[in-house]
Design a protein around this ligand. Structure first.
Ligand SMILES: *Cc1c(COP(=O)(O)O)cnc(C)c1O
Length: 379
């Protein structure tokens, strides 16, 4: 059997991407903006429903930054943020000169713990300032506790910035992720569920908010024949070429979600008989995760000392990529001096968790190789 690299999550083209990109070349729409940008925004609005307004941007990180801007986050404000996430959820808080307040996860969805969230909010209020925003993440495509988090946010009238970078195609009670926050964020980075080779989008409730985000994203040019600026501007718009790739990817999004869900089901059956290994699975049928990445936790007290590191190294020896879960932000050198509320749920997940190859383009041969490493490790 061949020994080529099996990736955690690599781009998977559907076929139509090159046609949209070729159209852009043929019409010389290589400059930024153009019909593919509008087309991708339209496709996403149709897909998300719930009268979503979508602005295509250069990255998910840019969308988070502009989301904070739209929510009025300024120097010295508090912004609550899920600790267990990718650093891009939190970095834009610092771009705005605001203070991140990190919150632990709960163990059912691995996302924001409503109890710790409320403790964090009350601590900020005790210091005289209601937080300006809550950044909630759907980790690995599993929705956070939508109703419980919304209830806490509404009790204190704090808007939610929904980081749905990993959750395009996931839904909760039939509603698509990306539409639950006061503002939503999507990513089309190379490793995400669909890619534009690099890109993202902001999802807003009103057309006026979308227009404002696009205004900021295109250097905040006032309406004048010359270059006139009365706001700080950003160069955050998606290019027409990237958007062409995205339009092709939208045609295969649902098929790719189904394939990722089948990878998660493959792991559930692979680890069924192995005690001490739990495959990350949504808590109830209200949740419809895209399972962007399949992940497991290993309890070494039940596996005769086999840890996630044992398994990771065995995969690595066979040229198979796997990776520990996101290291919580409150444990990162850049963020360790900011406040944190909660216990050790996120920390324990980080210690014991491993993300496994999850791409929609994995083959039967790949699955055979993965299974044989698992058998070799767990005997
Ligand atoms: C990928 C990711 C982002 C950032 O998206 P980019 O498009 O790479 O900038 C933000 N948050 C989470 C949770 C992500 O996984």
């Amino acid at each position: 059997m061949n020994n080529s690299k099996i990736w955690l999550s690599s781009p998977h083209m559907g076929g139509k991407e090159q046609e949209f990109v070729k159209e852009a070349f043929d019409a010389n729409w290589v400059a930024p903006l153009g019909p593919n940008v509008n087309g991708l925004e339209h496709d996403l609005e149709q897909y998300l429903g719930e009268s979503a307004n979508v602005g295509a941007l250069s990255s998910g990180t840019a969308a988070i930054h502009l989301g904070l801007l739209l929510l009025g986050v300024q120097v010295g404000d508090f912004v609550l943020c899920q600790s267990m996430t990718f650093s891009a959820s939190a970095n834009p808080i610092l771009y705005q000169g605001a203070t991140p307040v990190f919150i632990d996860s709960e163990s059912a969805t691995w996302n924001l713990c409503p109890v710790a969230l409320e403790a964090g909010i009350q601590a900020c209020i005790a210091q005289g300032k209601t937080p300006k925003a809550i950044i909630a993440v759907h980790l690995y495509g599993v929705p956070y506790q939508i109703d419980a988090i919304r209830a806490v946010a509404d009790r204190y009238s704090i808007p939610i910035l929904e980081d749905s970078a990993e959750a395009l195609g996931s839904s909760y009670k039939g509603q698509k992720c990306g539409t639950f926050g006061d503002i939503g964020v999507l990513s089309f980075n190379g490793n995400k569920i669909i890619t534009t080779s690099g890109g993202g989008a902001i999802v807003t409730k009103t057309k006026a908010q979308k227009d404002k985000a696009v205004f900021y994203a295109t250097q905040s040019r006032d309406d004048a024949p010359h270059y006139q600026h009365s706001h700080i501007g950003y160069n955050y718009r998606m290019s027409n070429i990237s958007a062409g790739i995205g339009r092709g990817q939208m045609e295969v999004l649902d098929a790719h979600v189904e394939l990722r869900r089948q990878m998660q089901a493959f792991y559930v059956s692979l680890f069924k008989e192995i005690s001490g290994v739990t495959v990350f699975t949504a808590p109830t049928s209200d949740y419809y995760p895209n399972y962007w990445l399949s992940a497991i936790t290993i309890d070494p007290s039940l596996t005769k000392g086999i840890t996630r590191e044992t398994l990771r190294l065995a995969f690595e020896a066979d040229n198979i990529e796997s990776r520990p879960l996101w290291k919580p932000m409150h444990l990162q050198p850049i963020f360790e001096n900011y406040p944190y509320y909660g216990g050790t749920v996120a920390e324990t997940l980080f210690d014991n968790g491993l993300c496994l190859p999850s791409g929609s383009n994995l083959t039967d041969d790949d699955r055979v190789r993965i299974a044989s490493v698992v058998q070799q490790v767990f005997g």
